[in-house]
Design a protein. Sequence first.
Length: 221
Amino acid sequence: MMSYPEFMVRLIDAFAKMPGVGARTAERFAFYVLGAPYETVETLSKLLLKVNGNIHYCQQCFNLSEAPICHICSDPTRDHSLLCVVQDPKDIIAIERSGDFHGVYHVLLGVLSPLEGIGPKDLKIKELFLRIKNDAFREVVLGTSSDTEGDATSLYLTKQLQALSVSTKGGSVSSGKGARLPDGQGEMKVTRLAHGVPVGSALEFVDKATLSRAFKQRQEV
Ligand SMILES: [Zn+2]
């Protein structure tokens, strides 16, 4: 039986391993590579290596970054007392595009999913609580998606944050109208994004106007 040359077969196999790419698409990609100008393919292969070798997670917020600390965490003009918790670096891109948020972020790198065996330890939750304990945030916005898993993650974080307010002396989680604490550290408000989008929509697919509205109408939890 006639088959493609070995390198062509291996390239098709490599493309087929990519998420959302089936055998037919992998074959089309391989033919694109075959017919593309040499410079195009050279740039593509260099970029693949650059992304793989140079892009890391920010040590503070787990956004994608070339530097150890990302450009948002290291920007002094942003409001470092306002924290938005998202599930994926893609959500940061979507929120930044809306232009309505000038705080900082924390990326969980996923959501709780008992069905897939993803528990709190598999997400950057421990790191989130460490930041909350060390930095004085006046507001934490829970920006996980409005599907079952996103809501469950948000609920879990809300409960943990409320438990934290009981156990810490420094800050307090707002229950609506608490007074400022004697040591000068204000209380911390926890809010949830008002999505106003169909159930199951991830933040990255939400349009700018909806996302902007979601920030303006965020509700205290
Ligand atoms: Zn960062």
